[in-house]
Write a protein of this length. Sequence first.
Length: 336
Amino acid sequence: MQWERILDVNLNRLTESLKLIEDYARFAIEDLSILENIRKLRKSFLYIKKTLPIKDFILYRHSETDLGRDPEFDAIPRKSEDDILLANFSRAKESARIIEEILRQKSKELSSSVKSLRFKIYDLEKKITERNKRKFDPRLYVIIDEKYIDKMPLKDMIQILEDNGATMLQLRIKCLPDKIFYTLGEKIRKLVTKPGLKFIVNNRVDIALGVKADGVHLGQEDIPVVKAREILGDGFIIGVSAHNTKEAIRAQKSGADYLGVGAVFPTKTKLDARVCGLEVIREISKRVDIPIIAIGGINNKNYKKVLKAGADGIAIASYLFDGKLKENLCSLTKKT
């Protein structure tokens, strides 16, 4: 009798957990391929349940006297949606393993089917976790160019960025030795503690990987996105510079997570940058689905025009660092 009760409760746990994961794929991340994956898992599990005497198990159920009925039993607070998701993956894996062990005594074939299901849950958990690592907020993308590295202590700089609305930050080094580039990347990685603030390395896939950055930004002359993805894996954000619609569409098709489009206006940070204007933002926004981060000469007087043209976020360097960093950040994030 006790084994039937244990089997019943774990069948219920697995049913509930898989359903929550399906709803997460459908409503939270809206990813069709992941949704189809989890629906196949639930269909396989439903087939397994149909071969079991579920009605008999229900008769063994003593929910009215179950020690787990108390509201505080196993009540673990979850801090975020990701915590809820991972908790349900854990429930699904644990329940599948228990079902597998119990069924092994009754039907090796059914036990093997549950084992196969369990490993598919492992695979799906990894796929969703990697996808979630690539989630980012593109609204305020701060570029720490090498000319601004010594503006203030790096610790103070990162703290100001974290406290005043920065959502992404990029380390851009063009002329300094690789060792210094790498060391700066390591320092920034350790200093960034705010959840959701993504650290991107410009151009260098090797340094991004070495310092465990959240992603890399590639120019048109850099390593192809496909090769960068092979090296970095599915958990890294990859951004690509685009100056026209053709480059933007190509970047999206190759797997880029966002586009850096510009220069929108003349910029002091890159004097040789091609100025494309707001019209290119408008054109590209109609042709791609991935976020557009506009860059080049953006400040507190023109950023609203950039967003109105179709950009999802703004990338800024000189405007922030040539003046008072905190005040300039606030001028871009204050609500009007």
